[in-house]
Design a protein around this ligand. Structure first.
Ligand SMILES: [Zn+2]
Length: 387
């Protein structure tokens, strides 16, 4: 502050020289400093009140002196003083509250004991009977006075605590008058334990849910896999059975000859026609039963059917059936006329009971002859052996 006034005293000191101040009070630096302290702070407008009124260069000097010294600096000083007193008063009140509202020994507040007490003034009873600080002080003195070798266990424990400047032997935050209440630490520990337990239970429950979910998913997956496997086995088995059964589930084919027509032959020769049916299952022969000269046809007994194929397959394409047309010449001899060759698969392409015509080339004749056959087939009742 002195420095600021010194700073401000310098310009007037220069002004005094040319008679600006109008008096001889500011004729040296020291006198000018005293001048500024005296009139600058006492007068409401600062040193300007003592100087000649002017709107010249000194206007700024007067204005900033008023602003910085009279307004800001003075008020800052007042503020510091007031704040200091306020802080001192607050400390005093806090100390007083700590002294009168809290137990000196356990640190619990007045309300706690007043509320828990059945009689009025529970706090006073507590600090007078339970936690009398003078009794504690007396105990400390007793420890100090007593010979160390005479200590019992409790005294030995407290002596060590006192020597180490520890107050942990004080019943901090606890009192026997408040049996149900726990210390803040214990309460916090209990809360923590409860929250940990709740969290653990939640995690356990969620783990159980997850386990059951995973279990059911695995079960479903196992079912699906089993179904897939079963399906694959059935399919494979079915294919195998199909492959095994396919040759077994054949068809039995019967064949009869109705007529042979178109042969350019005399009637007596037609009557001597006979046929030889050669199949895997055997050889059959049949003779003419009549002649129809209008169509140049030799008639046979169409009702007589020969079994020409057993367990035949539609895929049998080999011509395993051969029908030879022969001409009897008397004396038991026969002349070869023609041949028709058929496959069993070809017969199975036909309807189940039908007649078919097959042309054949007669030796020595240009036009085709036709043999009419009666075909019947049905599914085999017996299965062929696997070998
Ligand atoms: Zn207490």
């Amino acid at each position: 502050m002195q420095f600021i006034h010194f700073q401000y005293s310098t310009p007037p000191f220069g002004m005094v020289g040319n008679g600006e101040m109008g008096n001889q009070l500011c004729n040296s630096l020291w006198n000018c400093t005293k001048y500024m302290i005296n009139f600058g702070l006492q007068l409401g407008g600062g040193p300007a009140d003592m100087l000649d009124a002017t709107m010249g260069v000194r206007l700024w000097f007067d204005f900033f002196f008023f602003l910085i010294i009279s307004v800001i600096w003075v008020n800052v000083t007042f503020g510091i003083i007031i704040d200091t007193f306020s802080a001192l008063r607050g400390d005093k009140e806090a100390r007083l509250k700590d002294t009168t509202e809290f137990c000196f020994i356990c640190g619990l507040d007045r309300q706690t004991f007043d509320r828990s007490s059945d009689v009025p003034d529970g706090f006073k009873i507590h600090i007078r009977n339970d936690h009398n600080m003078w009794s504690y002080l007396g105990f400390i003195f007793f420890i100090w006075e007593q010979d160390k070798d005479d200590d019992d266990g409790l005294e030995y424990y407290v002596r060590h605590k006192i020597d180490g400047n520890e107050i942990t032997w004080f019943p901090l935050n606890k009192s026997m008058r408040l049996p149900a209440s726990d210390s803040r630490t214990e309460e916090m520990q209990k809360k923590l334990a409860a929250s940990v337990e709740a969290a653990q239970a939640g995690i356990t429950s969620r783990l159980g849910d997850l386990q059951s979910d995973v279990g059911s998913m695995l079960e479903n997956l196992t079912d699906v896999l089993r179904d897939v496997q079963q399906y694959a086995e059935e399919t494979e088995q079915g294919e195998q059975e199909e492959q095994e059964w396919f040759p077994a589930l054949g068809y039995d084919i019967s064949l009869g000859v109705v007529e042979v027509s178109g042969a350019e032959q005399p009637e007596e020769e037609l009557r001597l026609l006979n046929l030889r049916v050669i199949a895997d299952s055997g050889m059959y022969s049949c003779n003419t039963t009549g002649v129809d000269m209008a169509r140049k046809a030799a008639l046979f007994d169409g009702g007589a059917l020969f079994l020409v194929g057993e367990n035949a397959q539609p895929t049998d394409k080999n011509p395993s059936l051969s029908i030879q047309i022969l001409q009897g010449t008397g004396a038991g001899a026969s002349k070869f006329i023609g041949v028709v060759e058929l496959s069993l698969g070809e017969l199975l392409q036909q309807e189940q009971e039908c007649t078919i015509d097959r042309p054949f080339q007669r030796m020595g004749q240009v036009a085709d002859c036709v043999i009419t056959l009666k075909v019947e087939w049905e599914q085999s009742r017996t299965f062929a052996s696997s070998d």
